[in-house]
Write a protein that binds this ligand. Structure first.
Ligand code: GLU
Length: 445
């Protein structure tokens, strides 16, 4: 890290004790910014880095709810409005037992740069709760969503903060959240939430967008190296919304996806993961991934196994933060992996990223590679604002253009700052510059 940035980083660590994931996300961005600060002394003068790493606002609230037996539970809800220089706060809500303020801040911080890279008018934010939906009935999750919204509603709005889904929050939960929002506010304000169902203001392709976008991004990375996905073996981690649609699109582009996972283990299917069976198991039945192997003779389930042990050309980590370690990176490189793109947020540990960089593996960081989800959320907002709905083909075309432009800007910026091929640097610098220019224009706010 540049010596001018080190004391700033130390201060951020001091002011945010114990928030390791947040420190990790900030460190990665600051490590890229040395040459930017050297070129633009006004950013240091105006303390843009110190300001960008301090959320504009952080809301923490109690979420009481009752389970089906009448027992009372208390969870902690939060929403961090990190930066609104480019537009209203925009980012998902995560419901998972691991959620704490440090996790929400790391996600919100990443979201600032990701959203900037899309070129769309959206700031960065994130929220969630340490609520565990696993094993809960539909009614319990609905009551939780309603209680969560009873506080959140006063902090959001189409010009203020626009939540969407993330881990544990999909269109079903967004339905319960939006129903409650509409009821409390007496307004059918569609553009306050994105990722909505198609019948009530949602947009085609939003469901598929993060996974599709990640595959479009990989194709750009491979094309820049004179190759393609066609005939490649792919391994995906996770089996949620991002993983499922990454698998579908990778297969459509001629790849063979041989493994995917959930928190209980992974399935290896050398014949290629069958999309219909996977969606039946994970989306319709909401069952464990082992149910896939039980119904598919060519597949085996490996409980607690590491999916990265399966040889592949392309690895798509689409589960959660810090799931791909240095050991996994070494295995992937030894097995001939040529490209990695992050469908999840920060799934690769910093020492694993270094292994890929040293081995010359093409690496697409999440804030670029998984930006298709939030970009399509911005397209959903556009459609809501104009009371219009676009066709699948048109929307997918827009998504593909956006992913190409994100790849190109990261690639060109890496070149310009003397780190050719380094998309981590390119993404951090390009995202930062867009936000920094707007912050300078606004003066000290
Ligand atoms: N949670 C997603 C992300 O990490 C989507 C956010 C959104 O659509 O607002 O980017």
């Amino acid at each position: 890290m540049d010596e001018k940035l080190e004391p700033i980083f130390d201060d951020i660590v001091r002011r945010n004790p114990g928030e390791q994931e947040f420190h990790q996300a900030v460190r990665e961005v600051l490590e890229s910014l040395g040459p930017v600060i050297a070129k633009h002394p006004e950013y240091a003068e105006r303390k843009i880095i110190q300001r960008i790493s301090e959320p504009e606002r952080q809301i923490i609230f109690r979420v009481p709810w009752q389970d089906d037996s009448g027992e009372v539970h208390i969870n902690r809800g939060m929403r961090v409005g990190f930066n609104s220089a480019l537009g209203p706060y925009k980012g998902g809500l995560r419901f998972h037992p691991s959620v704490n303020l440090g996790i929400v801040k790391f996600l919100g911080f990443e979201q600032i740069f990701k959203n900037a890279l899309t070129g769309m008018p959206i700031g960065g934010g994130k929220g969630g709760a340490n609520f565990d939906p696993k094993g809960r009935s539909d009614d319990e999750i609905m009551r939780f969503c309603q209680s969560f919204m009873l506080e959140l509603y006063r902090h959001i709005g189409e010009y203020t903060d626009i939540p969407a889904g993330d881990i544990g929050v999909g269109s079903r939960e967004l339905g319960w959240l939006f129903g409650q929002y509409k009821r409390i506010t007496n307004r059918y304000e569609s553009a306050t939430l994105t990722g909505k169902g198609l019948e009530w203001g949602g947009a085609l392709v939003r469901r598929e967008a993060t996974g599709y976008g990640t595959v479009f991004f990989v194709e750009e990375m491979l094309a820049a190296r004179g190759t393609s996905l066609d005939g490649r073996t792919v391994v995906v981690s996770g089996s949620g919304n991002v993983a499922i649609y990454a698998i579908q699109k990778a297969v459509a582009r001629g790849a063979k996806v041989v493994a995917c996972s959930d928190s209980s283990g992974f399935v290896h299917d050398p014949d290629g993961i069958e999309f219909e069976l996977l969606t039946q198991v994970k989306e319709v039945e909401r069952a464990r991934i082992s149910a896939y192997a039980e119904r598919r003779p060519s597949a085996r389930f490996v409980p607690q196994g590491v999916v990265w042990d399966i040889p592949c050309h392309v690895a798509l980590p689409c589960a959660t933060q810090n799931e791909l370690t240095r050991r996994d990176a070494i295995t992937l490189v030894e097995n001939g992996c040529i490209a990695v793109a992050e469908g999840a947020n920060m799934p690769t540990t910093p020492d694993a990223v270094r292994v890929f960089e040293e081995a010359g593996v093409a690496f697409g960081p999440g804030k670029a590679a998984n930006a298709g989800g939030v970009a399509t959320s911005a397209l959903e907002m556009q459609q809501n604002a104009s009371r219009d709905s676009w066709s699948f083909e048109f929307t997918e075309g827009r998504l593909a253009e956006i992913m190409k432009s994100i790849h190109d800007v990261c690639h060109e910026t890496a070149d310009k700052y003397g780190a050719p091929g380094n998309l981590v640097r390119g993404a951090n610098i390009a995202g930062f510059e867009r936000v920094a220019r707007a912050m300078v224009a606004f003066g000290l706010v």
